[in-house]
Design a protein around this ligand. Structure first.
Ligand SMILES: [Mg+2]
Length: 246
């Protein structure tokens, strides 16, 4: 059964990242981060600031919890900010303040433009479920519920481990494997019997260090080699390539 889904024999569950795998929101996140960090750097360094780049996004931010993304990118530029508190206003010079600014821009964009799913992914999830496999959504995003609701996809997942659940359970985010491991545990499936679907390098790292049965890298931006280098077993541009009759 699973081989028709492009998965090894014995896989019982599929764990899907949200942004960039299920929904076309990775680009929206990237744009919100760039606007936030460029404004921050311009204010700090003046007009000749070094802008936030695509590779900064891939390396330091994509897939990670919001505050971790702020910390790791700023650290790469030798900048350290106080943590602040989660309700810091978006103009506060703190890790939480910068993160809140990014989230404000993200939600603004989502409100204006809406959210679009990847049809290939939705068809694939239908096929996975029809084959009797369990499914989970595993995202660092604290907005996961709203985003899934907006595309009427909540019922496609048996388990949800998102930014909100991770905070409640004190799970470290990607690149740590803990959120994926929690999803497998909630589904009652051994990690070696679960497949991870991710578009972020941090997600590949999580799949590898969690010893999952299969790690699928979803390449939306031309980073196939990097996805393999970070532990993908297979890289596709769209989940339709895996089969499932989509
Ligand atoms: Mg992603």
């Amino acid at each position: 059964m699973t081989t028709q889904l492009g998965l090894p024999e014995g896989i019982q569950a599929c764990l899907f990242d949200l942004d960039g795998v299920v929904t076309k929101t990775a680009v929206v996140h990237a744009a919100a981060w760039k606007a936030t960090f460029d404004a921050f750097l311009r204010e700090r360094d003046g007009a000749d600031f070094r802008p936030f780049s695509d590779s900064d996004y891939d390396e330091f931010v994509d897939g990670r919890p919001r505050a971790d993304g702020v910390r790791s990118f700023l650290a790469s530029r030798g900048i350290e900010l106080p943590e602040g508190t989660p309700d810091d206003p978006p103009d506060t010079r703190s890790v939480n303040g910068v993160g809140n600014r990014k989230n404000e821009l993200l939600l603004e964009k989502i409100r204006t433009d809406g959210v679009e799913p990847y049809e290939g992914t939705l068809h694939y999830i239908d096929a996975v479920r029809a084959a009797g496999l369990a499914t989970a959504i595993v995202s660092s995003s604290a907005n996961t519920r709203d985003v899934l609701h907006s595309i009427a996809a909540e019922q496609l997942f048996d388990v949800r481990i998102d930014g909100v659940v991770a905070r409640e359970r004190k799970l470290p985010g990607k690149p740590h494997p803990d959120t994926f491991l929690a999803a497998a545990r909630d589904l009652g499936v051994e990690p070696s019997r679960a497949a991870v679907f991710e578009d972020a390098l941090a997600g590949m790292d999580a799949g590898r260090s969690g010893h999952f049965g299969f790690v699928v890298g979803v390449d939306r931006v031309g980073q196939t080699d990097a996805l393999y280098a970070h532990g993908a077993d297979r890289v596709v541009k769209d989940l339709a390539e895996l089969g499932g009759g989509a």
